[in-house]
Write a protein that binds this ligand. Structure first.
Ligand SMILES: [Zn+2]
Ligand SMILES: [Zn+2]
Length: 168
């Protein structure tokens, strides 16, 4: 196996005091970083490793693109993400491997929810059409009328007593 793309030897850091980092790796390196959605394209890592006393200190940024579904209307969204990375390791501890740090920073940067636009109207609760695209004519679900969750009492509806006619 070749060395991971985000693993950097520290010999040059010891000799020169610094090492510029401009690396990229396939998003397949982080198959489980996101609990939803997916990374798209390569993941980039840019920054600088500096020798600080007996330590090597990396400061930089990981970035890439990811794909989610809009929380409201399920439309696929793709956008750029960036995550700051700061790591310190003993300079004599061998190569510096930032793969795990990047994986963790992706997990932390992942949005709790993502909407395609701030005023996304979401899906119609009646016909499931995307109400951003279609004026289906159904009224929006009533909101803010004080009924708590689970309070979906349809008291005005009479129970259906007659059997459903055969469908054609
Ligand atoms: Zn949406
Ligand atoms: Zn509708």
């Amino acid at each position: 196996m070749s060395a991971p793309d985000f693993q950097f030897p520290l010999t040059e850091v010891k000799e020169n005091g610094q090492l510029a980092v401009n690396a990229k790796t396939a998003s397949a390196t982080f198959p489980d970083a996101l609990s939803e959605g997916a990374l798209v394209g390569p993941v980039f890592l840019n920054g600088m490793i500096l020798a600080v006393d007996d330590e090597a200190s990396f400061t930089g940024e990981a970035k890439g693109r990811w794909k989610f579904e809009c929380t409201r209307c399920l439309k696929p969204l793709e956008q750029e993400w960036r995550a700051p990375i700061e790591v310190m390791v003993p300079i004599d501890g061998g190569p510096m491997d930032l793969t795990d740090e990047v994986r963790q920073s992706i997990a932390l940067a992942q949005p709790m929810k993502l909407v395609c636009k701030p005023d996304c109207k979401g899906l119609c609760p009646t016909c499931k059409k995307n109400r951003n695209d279609v004026a289906c004519g159904h009224s929006a679900a009533p909101e803010g009328d004080g009924s708590g969750p689970g309070g979906n009492l349809e008291q005005t509806h009479k129970p259906r007593l007659t059997p459903r006619p055969n469908k054609g």
